[in-house]
Write a protein that binds this ligand. Structure first.
Ligand SMILES: NC(=O)c1ccc[n+]([C@@H]2O[C@H](COP(=O)([O-])OP(=O)(O)OC[C@H]3O[C@@H](n4cnc5c(N)ncnc54)[C@H](O)[C@@H]3O)[C@@H](O)[C@H]2O)c1
Length: 255
């Protein structure tokens, strides 16, 4: 077993997951990262920093992929200290335009991926009686966000999964928390706003401005501003925090 701490980060090819992977690497963790595409590029970037990184191209909603990746991490390193479930997709449309296939796909990735990683990582954490799991919620799991009904339902699912698992795993000293971002400047949010601009027939900048106004700071957060709080929840500084959701939303939900 390695002496170094090991963090698994899902959905680490872009956005918040990539920023989290780089943060954990900088803090001395061995990182194990997964996404469907381009994950080797992030792996190369982290290895160029002089840090060990295991990158795996796979789908978090496919059980065989998750089992294979987690099994390989266990074989290589013998421990998992942190699991950060970031991988997610969004569908933004009026509810009557969302297809059942889209509903299944978003649910499978956002809730199913988190479930599968938890299922396969928990036995490894239980062996060492220590671990920290951080799931990605969203303001959409807290407030009614227009045209985000299905996405919001999956994020509320992340929050209640987090709370239940926190109680279930506390006897093994495994803490489980979530981070709920507001608008963060990532390919997901940009794509989401581009889609809305097209549907409403208005320039992208108009939508961007509207979405910025939802934060008290009148701007979007950066992926690094989410990665920091994820790292805090993973660290021993948060040793008495479990079952909590940390809103990192520039004040959105406080309004
Ligand atoms: N950006 C925001 O404003 C925002 C706000 C609230 C919550 N979130 C949540 O934060 C998380 C990260 O989002 P982001 O904004 O960085 O998005 P992003 O699109 O930049 O990154 C999503 C990552 O998930 C990966 N992914 C998607 N489906 C996958 C699958 N089936 N298997 C493996 N990997 C998959 C993508 O490849 C990518 O690496 C998501 O859970 C998202 O719901 C984002």
């Amino acid at each position: 077993m390695t002496d170094k701490k090991v963090a698994i980060i899902t959905g680490a090819s872009t956005g918040i997951g990539k920023a989290a992977a780089i943060k954990f690497a900088k803090e001395g963790y061995i990182t194990a990262i997964i996404a469907r595409r381009n994950i080797d590029k992030v792996g190369d970037e982290i290895r160029k920093m002089g840090c060990e990184c295991f990158d795996f191209a796979g789908d978090v909603s496919v059980e065989e992929d998750v089992k294979k990746m987690v099994g390989e991490v266990d074989k290589r390193y013998g421990r998992v200290d942190v699991l950060n479930c970031n991988a997610g997709v969004v569908v933004v449309k009026p509810v009557e335009d969302i297809t059942y296939d889209e509903f299944i796909n978003v649910s499978k990735i956002n809730v199913g991926g988190m479930f599968l990683f938890t299922k396969y990582v928990v036995p490894i954490m239980k062996r060492r009686k220590k671990g920290s799991i951080i799931n990605l919620g969203s303001v959409s799991g807290h407030v009614g966000q227009t045209e985000h009904a299905v996405y919001g339902a999956t994020k509320a699912g992340c929050l209640s999964f987090t709370r239940a698992i926190a109680w279930e795993l506390a006897p093994w000293n495994i803490r489980v928390n979530s981070v709920s971002p507001g608008s963060v400047d990532t390919p997901m949010l940009v794509g989401d706003c581009e889609g809305e601009a097209k549907r409403r027939g208005v320039p992208y900048e108009v939508i961007k401005k509207e979405r910025e106004e939802e934060q008290a700071f009148k701007k979007w957060g950066t992926p690094e501003e989410i990665a920091g709080p994820i790292y805090f929840l993973a660290s021993d500084e948060a040793s008495f925090i479990t079952g909590a959701d940390l809103l990192v939303d520039g004040g959105w939900v406080a309004k």
